[in-house]
Design a protein around this ligand. Structure first.
Ligand code: SAM
Length: 448
C-alpha cells in the first residue's frame, strides 16, 4: 500500500499524456511530476488511490541519460513544452511507441507495417500561430503563456517554438496597455478589455496577421498601437480586433473588425495556395504539414478515383487530393471553414472538388459511394454512425489522419471488421509536447 506523504523509490519506465514520468511500485502505477523516462527518483506521494498514486520528485537517485538542459528559460513553468528536457530522438521514439502500443492494445491489431516516425530536422521555431493570454496579476500586466496546469499567466521573454520576432509585438502591446492604461480582462468577473494577443504567419509568404482579442467593441488610441506595430514589423499584412464578450475559456469570438490591411494572410502547402482568415483552422506546423499531407496523398492512392474528405476544415487536404483524384467531396461542420474551402478551390483554379456544410456522419450516406475515404477528425475521433456508413460504402481504401492515438485505435477496432491495417506512420507536428499525429492506411479485405 502506498499512502499520501510516503516517499518511494521509483524507476521511470514510461511517460504520461502530460509528460509526467510513470513507474511501478508494489503493484501501484506511480505518476511522478518532474521525472522523465530513465530517471530513478525518490518520489513524494501527494495523492493515493486504489491502483495508482500521484507524486512529485523529492530527490534524484539517478538522472536519466536522455535528459538534456531546458533550452528555453520558461520551459519548467510553462505548460507548452512538456518534454523539452528529453533528447529529441528519445521524444520521437516515445511517440512512435505510443502510437504502436495504442494500436496493439486498444485495436488489438498486431500485423501491420509501422513506418519510421517523421520528425523535424530542426525542432524549433516551428509554430505559425501563437495565442498569448493577457492578464493582470499583482497589478502587473502579463502577456505570455499559461503556467502548467493553471490559468496563471507567466510573462515570457522568449518562446523557442515560435518566431523570435513575435516577442517585439508582445512587448509593443504591453507598452500600449500600460501607457494608455487600458483595462485587462479578468476571468472571474468577466470585466476588463484586453483578453488575448493572437499572431499568425505564413512561413512561405512571410505574411503576418496580428489579432487583438477584446471583451468590448473598441479600444482607445488603437491607431497609435497600429502605427507602432507596422513600424516594428514590416511583414504585418493585417491587424484586426476580435470581439469576444463571452464568459469562459473560449479564446476567440465570432466577430472580426479590421484595423489595418487585410483580414487574411496567404500561405502555401507545396504549390497549393490558401487564404487563411483569423477564425479558420489551419495546421500550426507548416513544415510538417507538407509531410503529413504528402503521406495522406500517398496512402490514398487517389489517381482518377472518387474521394470523400471527412472533417475537411478549410479543405486543405481536399485540395491536395484533388491534384490526383477524379473528384473530391469535402464535408465540415463549421460554415466559415467551408466558405474558406470554396474560396481556396477558386484561388487555385481547382474545380473537381465539392464542399458540404454539416456533420460528416449525416452528409456521408451509404448511397454516396466513393473509392477512397479520408477522415481527419478532432481528438474525440470519428462518430460511430460515420464508421458504420464507411463499412457499408466499402471504399477500397480508408486513410485515417488522427491527432489522438487512443481514439484512432478505438475506431480501427471497429473498421477492422472489413479492413486490414496496411501501413501507419506517426508525424511529429508538435516537438517538445506529448502530442503526435498519425496517418493510417486501411485496405478492404477481399474475400476469396
Ligand atoms: C483536425 S481538424 C482537420 C481539418 C483539416 N483536415 C486540416 O487538416 O486542416 C478537424 C475538423 O473537423 C471538424 N468537425 C468536428 N466535428 C465534425 C463533424 N461531426 N462533422 C464534420 N466536421 C467536424 C472541425 O470543425 C475541424 O475543422
Amino acid at each position: 500500500m502506498i499512502n499520501k506523504n510516503d516517499i518511494v523509490e521509483v524507476e521511470i519506465i514510461d511517460i504520461g499524456i502530460n509528460g509526467e514520468g510513470i513507474g511501478k511500485k508494489d503493484g501501484f502505477t506511480v505518476f511522478v511530476n518532474g521525472a522523465t523516462i530513465g530517471d530513478i527518483v525518490n518520489a513524494k506521494v501527494i495523492k493515493s488511490k486504489k491502483k495508482f498514486a500521484i507524486a512529485i520528485v523529492d530527490s534524484f537517485v539517478k538522472e536519466s541519460e536522455y535528459r538534456v538542459e531546458y533550452k528555453c528559460k520558461h520551459a519548467k513553468l510553462c505548460g507548452g513544452c512538456q518534454i523539452q528536457h528529453l533528447e529529441y530522438n528519445k521524444q520521437l521514439e516515445i511517440k512512435q511507441k505510443k502510437v504502436k502500443d495504442a494500436i496493439n492494445r486498444i485495436a488489438e491489431i498486431e500485423d501491420f507495417e509501422m513506418e519510421d516516425i517523421i520528425g523535424m530536422d530542426n525542432p524549433w521555431n516551428y509554430r505559425n500561430k501563437m495565442i498569448f493570454p493577457i492578464r493582470k496579476q499583482n497589478d502587473e500586466v502579463k502577456i505570455g503563456m499559461y503556467r502548467s496546469r493553471s490559468h496563471d499567466v507567466i510573462d515570457i521573454e522568449e518562446c523557442l517554438i515560435q518566431k523570435k520576432e513575435n516577442m517585439d509585438i508582445v512587448n509593443a502591446v504591453k507598452d500600449y496597455i500600460n501607457n494608455f492604461n487600458i483595462s485587462v480582462y479578468d476571468e472571474e468577473t468577466n470585466e476588463g478589455l484586453m483578453r488575448a494577443l493572437y499572431i499568425r504567419e505564413g512561413f512561405k509568404t512571410k505574411e503576418k496577421m496580428v489579432c487583438i482579442v477584446i471583451n468590448g467593441d473598441e479600444i482607445s488610441n488603437v491607431q497609435i498601437l497600429v502605427k507602432k506595430l507596422l513600424f516594428i514589423d514590416k511583414s504585418i499584412k493585417g491587424i484586426v480586433l476580435n470581439i469576444n464578450k463571452e464568459e469562459g475559456n473560449k479564446i476567440l469570438g465570432d466577430k472580426i473588425i479590421k484595423l489595418h490591411g487585410e483580414k487574411y494572410i496567404t500561405e502555401y502547402i507545396e504549390n497549393v495556395k490558401y487564404e487563411i482568415s483569423p477564425l479558420s483552422f489551419f495546421q500550426v506546423n507548416p513544415i510538417q504539414t507538407e509531410k503529413l499531407y504528402a503521406k495522406a496523398l500517398e496512402y490514398a492512392n487517389a489517381k482518377d478515383k472518387v474521394v470523400w474528405d471527412a472533417y475537411c476544415g478549410t479543405g486543405s487536404i481536399s485540395l491536395f487530393l484533388a491534384k490526383e483524384a477524379e473528384k473530391v467531396y469535402g464535408v465540415e461542420i463549421v460554415p466559415a471553414a467551408i466558405k474558406d474551402a470554396k474560396a481556396n478551390a477558386l484561388l487555385n483554379r481547382i474545380n473537381n472538388v465539392e464542399f458540404f456544410v454539416g456533420k460528416a456522419e449525416d452528409i456521408i450516406t451509404e448511397e454516396r459511394k466513393s473509392d477512397v475515404i479520408v477522415v481527419d477528425p478532432p481528438r474525440k475521433g470519428c462518430d460511430e454512425k460515420l464508421l458504420e456508413t464507411m463499412l457499408k460504402i466499402e471504399p477500397s481504401t480508408i486513410v485515417y489522419v488522427s491527432c489522438d492515438p487512443a481514439t484512432l485505435a478505438r475506431d480501427l477496432k471497429i473498421l477492422k471488421e472489413k479492413y486490414n491495417l496496411d501501413k501507419c506512420v506517426a508525424v511529429d507536428m508538435f516537438p517538445h509536447s506529448m502530442h503526435v499525429e498519425t496517418v493510417v492506411k486501411m485496405n478492404k479485405i477481399i474475400k476469396k
